[in-house]
Write a protein that binds this ligand. Structure first.
Ligand code: 0L1
Ligand code: MG
Length: 262
């Protein structure tokens, strides 16, 4: 049985208030075990519309849980998606206020910017190559609103797939000039290497995640739009950070970006 409109709206506000106030909540399936995946995305889209109604712009999308290892670790069957609001965005050299977040973690990703809309279903990696304007480095800062990052897939979808901030920098490149599958990434925190990875960690190739996102969105009659900034999924494991930490991520062929938590 799925949730009624009033409950969807109540839960959207509950999750969004937790994000805005940096306050922990417990996973919502504890109280609504009957909720469906459609309910979970309804909650996410309701909170998204509330942000837009308050004047925020939605600047892009993210794919989450895109590594087989993470799906297995979380015991979830599929990746999930979320949206990126204007105030999530930071540039190279940024100072990010940690007090606005609960228990942030950082993960290295490749961002795609499209020159054409991508419309599912049936979208494949070739469509993504043809529609991509450029790719560039990104670091996503995830911050589940759930206590101790403990959730199930429905709860995390309702919580905008833990989306909270992202930092972008480095070099824009044509996707056709790169081998994103073998592209290496080194993450350092306070000068110490904490994670290494390659693009293949993202569903075998980061462009596969973008095709999957277009197909998932088509289930709601939505599309990926030209100009949107799209995070394709984590290349590295997510690493917890604290106030004062300096994060630098070096991307093969794409340059590097740095920022710190204050
Ligand atoms: O971006 C991600 O891969 C994270 C998605 C949500 C799950 C989590 O918070 O770890
Ligand atoms: Mg991510």
């Amino acid at each position: 049985m799925s949730l009624d409109k009033a409950t969807i709206e109540k839960l959207a506000k509950h999750c969004e208030d937790a994000e805005l106030n940096a306050s922990e909540i417990t996973k919502i399936t504890d109280y609504y075990p009957q909720m469906t995946y459609e309910d979970a995305y309804d909650i996410q889209w309701t909170a998204r519309k509330a942000k837009e109604a308050r004047g925020h712009k939605i600047v892009g999308m993210k794919m989450g849980l895109t590594s087989q290892a993470k799906m297995k670790q979380m015991g979830v069957p599929n990746p999930c998606y979320g949206y990126l609001a204007d105030y999530f965005a930071y540039g190279d050299g940024a100072e990010i206020k940690i007090d606005e977040l609960i228990h942030p973690k950082v993960e290295a990703e490749i961002a795609f910017v499209l020159k054409n809309d991508l419309i599912g279903p049936g979208c494949h990696i070739g469509d993504v190559f043809a529609a991509t304007d450029f790719v560039m480095p990104a670091v996503e800062i995830i911050d589940s609103r759930y206590k101790d990052f403990k959730f199930d897939l429905k709860s995390v979808i309702a919580d905008n797939s833990s989306s909270s901030r992202y930092v972008t920098g480095g070099r824009m490149r044509d996707i056709k000039d790169l081998d994103l599958k073998t592209l290496g990434v080194v993450m350092e925190i306070n000068g110490e290497v904490v994670q290494l990875g390659a693009g293949a960690a993202v569903l075998g190739h980061p462009a596969t995640a973008i095709a999957m996102l277009a197909n998932m969105l088509s289930e709601r009659g939505e599309t990926l739009k030209a100009g949107e900034y799209i995070l394709s999924g984590a290349i590295t494991e997510a690493v917890s950070v604290k106030k004062g930490d300096n994060v630098t991520v070096k991307f093969q062929d794409l340059g590097s970006l740095s920022f710190r938590f204050v």
